[in-house]
Ligand binder design. Structure first.
Ligand code: GRF
Length: 200
């Protein structure tokens, strides 16, 4: 059983999907802590409702991003966290964070990377005129949504899709592949070779 730490800034539907997957044994791991940079994040409530320890860390109490990240890492270390899961975490991790936790941080992005990285990925896909988008679980490296890809799921873009309707269909797939990717990590089945991730 590995110890998982989750960073979230918002509503936490991916967190919820992960909590449920842990509960019914689809993920063989333990969520040790949920950390947020947003005191109002509904993700914190979801964690509390499930008796998971939470920590709100206020950026304003730190002099720079690296000091903030040092505090986050300290909290994760205290809990013995081995896998860090970003679930709608709105802060970009500093190179210090990424170096310290190399190949142990994963993220989910609502597009088929490398297309449409960054914010408003669903809107970007519609405005570009893409016919297919989807979601991607990837390891986090120093770039924005640029790390090695673990799993992807495609979602068709319909003519009458709005940003919201597409986001909703993509989200359903996110809730499937994120727990799957976490389970693969917990079982030690992910092998990173350069940009490629092989599933053993
Ligand atoms: C998801 O769309 C995810 O792909 C992106 O942030 C959103 C988080 O949603 N990284 P939620 O907080 O998990 O509901």
């Amino acid at each position: 059983m590995i110890n998982i730490g989750i960073l979230a800034s918002g509503r936490g539907t991916n967190l919820q999907a992960i909590i449920e997957a842990v509960e019914d044994g689809r993920i063989e791991g333990k969520i040790k802590i949920v950390i947020s940079d947003n005191s109002d994040a509904y993700a914190l409530k979801r964690a509390e409702q499930n008796n998971i320890d939470t920590q709100y860390i206020d950026f304003k109490s730190f002099k720079n991003r690296e000091d903030y990240d040092k505090k986050v890492i300290e909290c994760l270390k205290e809990k013995g966290v081995e896998l860090i899961v970003l679930a709608g975490y709105m802060r970009i991790l500093t190179p210090y964070f990424i170096k310290t936790c190399k190949n142990r941080i994963i993220n989910i992005h609502p597009a088929l990377l490398p297309s449409f990285p960054g914010l408003h990925a669903q809107r970007q896909a519609i405005e570009y005129g893409a016919k297919v988008s989807g979601c991607t679980v990837h390891f986090v490296d120093e770039g924005v949504d640029s790390g090695p890809i673990v799993l992807q799921r495609a979602v068709e873009i319909k003519d009458d899709d709005t940003e919201e309707s597409l986001a909703e269909r993509i989200l359903k797939e996110e809730h499937q592949i994120y727990p799957q990717a976490i389970q693969l990590f917990t079982k030690g089945r992910l092998m990173i070779k350069g940009r490629r991730v092989f599933i053993k």
